[in-house]
Design a protein around this ligand. Sequence first.
Ligand code: BG6
Length: 489
Amino acid sequence: MTNCHQVAPFDYVIFGATGDLTMRKLLPALYYRLTMGQVPDTARIIGTARSPLKRSEYQTRARDALKRFVKSDDFDEDTVDRFLEMVHYVSLDGSKPDSNWEGLREVLSHKAEEHVRVFYYATAPDLYGAISKNLHQEGLVTDDSRVVLEKPIGIDLKTAEEINEGVGQYFKENNVFRIDHYLGKETVQNVIALRFANPLFEAVWSAEHIESVQITAGEVVGVEGRAAYYDNSGALRDMVQNHLLQVLCLVAMEKPASLQADDVRDAKVTVLKSLVPLDEKTLKTSTVRAQYTKGSIKGAKVDGYLDELGHESNTETYVALRAEIDTPRWKNVPFYIRSAKRLKAKVSEIVVTFKASATELFPSRPEKNVLVIRIQPDEGLSYRFSVKNPMDDDFGLWETDMDVSFEREFAVRYPDAYERLLLDAVRGYPVLFIRRDEVEAAWKWVAPVMNAWGRNEVPMAQYAAGSWGPEEARQMLARDGQIWHEEME
Ligand code: BG6
């Protein structure tokens, strides 16, 4: 199946259409796919939110959003006009049964041909159930209407189950598309290609040869305008439960029977269920949480988290976990997962450290080989390995890097992850979305961490904004004789 063709005409009904996500990600993503010829001109984007806006006022906001979030070289007036023609607006509170449903029905009914109907929930997740119920009661959910659920799906297992139940009453599971935008990243999908299309990697991808795996998603930005959301969430819920565990699944899963959605998801959920639960003892040694204090980022002074908030908080802006997977393939291999705001650099990457060769053939023992999969920025990969040092007649070794930059290799624009995911939902192509059991298994594994942190059983560490994180995280790896990637030469 090729996904590059134009999709069928669709109606994208967005709940939360005046919010940051819609403006920053959803509208620009659909615009880009229009420029690529993948969106038919008859498609419609129907924004809904509580604000009493006229269609023309919403179109103006949409234009402003494109101006801001589409690269200026890609902002084409004619295409923007075509795009805005597709944009409609209905002032509606999706969580209320007595709201302006008639308005939505009317827009939906004005069409000359069949449209695939997709509802996108970009609201607070606790409204997902109510919106689904109202859509159903209004008779707006057709047999193949799809619903896209933005993360977070709940704040713990119980709330996730409630949301899944609430939505599941009105949408069949195969019509529910739970977004995890990390799966929309080309470089994350590439993990599957790298592992299973290359015998070199496939053959060594196990505890026999791999010593440790690091998965990092670090950001330079702080909590930006999202403090209210973030302070209720924290790095563990915001990044680990979803994005980083998904990446871990792709790194660790067994070869799926096929690339069909359920085969890949079956393989992923097995990983999640095989994560060794953290217990009272390991919670203290295998989890680090921290908040940034004041520091400096690219020469500019920045405030600490608590100063920004203006009040006390028990929310972590940094998380590092040590996970193990109880399968024969990964026996005793530590997976270090970390994510943070206000780090020294923006970097999402997977670092695979191989065991050093035990050979005594050379005067010095070979260094460990290290494979770095750069998810972003500078998408690509590098592989550090040993060659003979040509300046050394005693068979001395030299460490060198094979480096592939995808930008140089493909010379294409790297699409935002949302672009393809939005159209995959129209296509009914679910492989890059999360199945219900995956979400729930991920919450199950992080629950003991959330609970122990909630009870302050693990002290809140600190790190200066603009650093690589707290000393405690360095020590966690040192206990295993490991170091974080930025400390490797
Ligand atoms: C979002 C989180 O899911 O992912 C944000 O809510 C975070 O806090 C963002 O900034 C990071 O995404 P990316 O694609 O920039 O790594």
